[in-house]
Design a protein around this ligand. Structure first.
Ligand code: ADP
Ligand code: MG
Length: 740
């Protein structure tokens, strides 16, 4: 039951064009019967039907649908009502052209939550049989005639098993035969359900309606039970039967003019211009000009229109809603279209987002650029522990910059402290550069010289913790242990590999030299060779020396007084830290975590320009994509209106579009990205794309996966944003605005 009280709607309210299109309409519809809203064109019938069907909003009044009351248009409530209660049949069918007959119905079933395959198939087949289109179920709707399309639209409305069917001039575009067929089906439905039909065709209304509600200028002017006329004499309002017109042939020079007239013409004057085999026509009389060719809806028939007679007894249709499985009906979830189905549709190219070659290429190109950007960005964060590890964990790092700059302390004070305080085991300025020459054992075209800078010298003291993993302890003078990080770096150097140094074991017995290039005199004098006897793990980039060797190499009296920091090894870090801080220096415990965070912030500030420019480019691409997707979507916007009208809730639209965008992205962006990524990966591993000691690109699996994920996210979000904006409009606003 639908009860409407005091319904009012205006177009252009408050302006000079104000149109009171529904004027205080009140009515109660029962649960069955064919109610016809009858009235001349422009009287407000369509608007009234749309408002009843919650396709359009209203200004005041109340609409009660069983237990739901609407005092104003609430989009979410309206969505639910359309979805759960209403089947719509439109004058111009409003089918989705990119889908087959069955799919047009299936998508509505998805939306109302009937996702069970068997029940779907049964409903689709039953409804298509009822309208005589079962054999065309797999065809594209574009391949159907007008009458067939309207019957698909009826089947679509029936399949929902709706409480109410609303039909707006459903036969307006059909010829007499099809009109009769379609109206018979509608009449049959009305014996089980409430059907509200809009029509301006008197003969049809008299033949079919149970109740006639006459509308004029937005007002109900009469309402009466129809005494069904026993005979239908229907006129074809669409096609032109030439033999019913007065024909005259006029010949002037070589020009033949064949005129057909129903006698209503007054003065007809045309300018006809021939130029380069093309014809230009200008009519000087009033009246609309229709151009007719083979594709026109209107046909010129060389015949006289036959009277179309039908008797009441000729209704026939076996359709009944009883065959639907209502158990499945009541179990329906809050309807939502399966995202997987949407992905499938996207792959089948039956999509709502227009696939243009241009858009696909743009998606591919954007993804290729994105591949360069993400490998570039990821290079900034691509580093190993050995890149920032330096000293072992028994070290206090002292910042030589004083807290108080007026207080003139120097390195000497720390040095003096180290001589007197027993807790200080060693003191040094910074890292050294170690070098190894692997060339002596192997014939190789590649010079086997490897050099590693900024290596920490660790004095072998009780507080130095390490684990010997390969080789043996230091037994003799000029023997050293190297940390695994140093060992890895030596092995990774090009000189090592080509000279047969490929494992930790290979390094045992090799010799290194140590230099501090920042101190001129030291680099000149120290050419001592130290033999690697073992490899240790002490989480630092260090070389471990015996006490004697350490004291020989690290001579604090030759320290560079301009150093900005120094390192103290100690068994009691807490105490030493406090001590130097009390002297006015700032200091930190040396640790992996500290080193790591310092390293990262340094790296980011070094690379700030690169990060900023890459980010701006990324944002640019994203904005471009949003605009691109938006514009391809707007070419198909009417279909969004259709989907909304037949029951799609907001979430359905989001689900449909993200599913499709997922498929499109996979076919375009992801393929483009993957190919570009592979090429970058190939060149990076072959030629190690390196700029100023820094990787230009980094091509790990994680970077690839993050890239793929980001592309899906960017594309899907870009496609949902315009949809969400569109959802603010009522379905009828969407359809009307973009009806082409
Ligand atoms: P009918 O279906 O009876 O032909 P409509 O409901 O389509 O009538 O239109 C009723 C009146 O409202 C007409 O005068 C029409 O021009 C006007 N109208 C319809 N839609 C709009 C709109 N979106 N904005 C302004 N006026 C409209
Ligand atoms: Mg209308």
């Amino acid at each position: 039951m639908i009860k409407i009280t005091g319904l009012n709607k205006y177009y252009n309210k408050g302006t000079r064009n104000e149109n009171h299109v529904i004027n205080d309409f009140s009515y109660t519809f029962n649960d069955q019967g064919l109610y016809v809203l009858f009235g001349p064109s422009g009287s407000g019938k369509t608007t009234l039907l749309n408002v009843i069907g919650s396709l359009d909003n209203f200004d005041s009044g109340e609409i009660v649908f069983e237990d739901r009351t609407f005092n104003k248009y609430i989009p979410r409530k309206a969505d639910d009502l359309r979805n759960e209660m209403i089947g719509f049949i439109f004058q111009n069918y409003n089918l989705i052209d990119s889908m087959s007959v069955s799919e047009n119905i299936g998508i509505v079933l998805d939306m109302i939550g009937i996702t069970d395959k068997d029940e779907q198939k049964k409903r689709i087949d039953d409804c298509l049989s009822a309208v005589g289109l079962y054999k065309h179920r797999k065809r594209s709707v574009l391949a159907l005639s007008g009458g067939e399309r309207q019957r698909v639209a009826i089947a679509r409305a029936l399949a929902k098993n709706p409480k109410v069917i609303l039909a707006d001039e459903p036969t307006g575009n059909l010829d007499s035969n099809n009109t009769f067929e379609v109206m018979n089906i509608i009449k049959r439905i009305s014996q089980e359900r409430l059907v509200i039909l809009v029509s301006h065709e008197k003969d049809l209304v008299d033949f079919y309606a149970d109740q006639i509600i006459e509308i004029k200028d937005g007002k109900m002017v009469s309402d009466y039970k129809n005494s069904l006329s026993s005979e239908l004499k229907h006129k074809d309002t669409r096609n032109i039967y030439l033999q019913d017109y007065k024909n005259e042939l006029k010949e002037v020079d070589n020009i033949k003019l064949n005129t057909y007239s129903d006698g209503t013409n007054s003065d007809l004057t045309f300018d006809v211009i021939y130029k380069n085999n093309e014809i230009y026509i200008k009519a000087k009389s009033t009246g609309k000009i229709h151009y007719i060719d083979n594709n026109s809806e209107i046909k010129l028939l060389d015949a006289s229109e036959k009277e179309f007679h039908k008797k009441q007894a000729e209704f026939k249709s076996d359709f009944s809603f009883e065959s639907f499985n209502n158990e499945k009906d009541t179990k329906k979830k809050k309807g939502f279209t399966s995202i997987f189905k949407s992905i499938k549709n996207g792959f089948k190219e039956q999509s709502f987002i227009k696939h243009s070659k241009f858009a696909s290429r743009a998606l591919v190109i954007a993804a290729v650029i994105f591949a360069f950007m993400i490998t570039n960005l990821s290079a900034i964060f691509d580093f190993k522990e050995s890149d920032y590890a330096f000293a072992p964990n028994n070290v206090v790092e002292v910042q030589m910059t004083l807290k108080d700059s007026s207080n003139n302390k120097t390195f000497d004070e720390i040095y003096n402290l180290s001589l007197t305080d027993e807790r200080i085991e060693s003191l040094q300025e910074g890292g050294v550069t170690i070098s190894a020459n692997f060339s002596k054992f192997y014939q190789s075209s590649v010079f086997g010289f490897s050099s590693i800078s900024n290596v920490f010298l660790a004095k072998k003291t009780p507080s130095l913790n390490y684990k010997l993993t390969v080789g043996r302890e230091i037994n003799d003078k000029y023997e050293v242990l190297i940390s695994n990080f140093v060992a890895d770096m030596l092995i990774d150097s090009p000189g090592a590999k080509s000279n047969g140094i490929t494992s930790y074991q290979d390094l045992i017995g090799e010799e290194i030299t140590m230099n501090n290039y920042s101190r001129y005199e030291y680099s000149n004098t120290n050419t001592k060779k130290y033999k690697i006897v073992g490899i240790v793990n002490n989480k630092s980039k260090s070389v471990v020396l015996s006490s004697d060797d350490f004291n020989e190499v690290v001579d604090p009296t030759k320290f560079n007084t301009y150093s900005d920091r120094c390192y103290i090894s100690t068994s009691d870090r807490e105490a030493v830290k406090e001590l130097v801080e009390n002297m006015g220096y700032s200091s930190v415990f040396y640790s992996q975590e500290n080193a790591r965070s310092t390293f990262i912030s340094q790296r980011i500030s070094d690379q700030a320009t690169r990060i900023i420019s890459l980010s701006i480019m990324t944002i640019g691409i994203v904005i471009y994509l949003i605009l691109l997707i938006r514009s391809s979507m707007f070419q198909k916007i009417k279909e969004i209106g259709i989907m909304r009208s037949v029951g799609a809730r907001r979430f359905d639209m989001v689900s449909i579009y993200s599913g499709e965008m997922f498929a499109i992205t996979t076919k375009t962006s992801i393929i483009g990205f993957s190919i570009a990524y592979l090429i970058i990966f190939y060149y990076n591993t072959r030629f190690s794309l390196d700029g100023f000691g820094f990787n230009i690109v980094s091509t790990g699996l994680i970077t690839y996966l993050v890239g793929v994920l980001l592309i899906y996210l960017i594309n899907i979000i870009s496609s949902i944003i315009p949809i969400l904006f569109l959802m603010h409009k009522t379905p009828i606003e969407i359809i009307k605005k973009y009806d082409i």
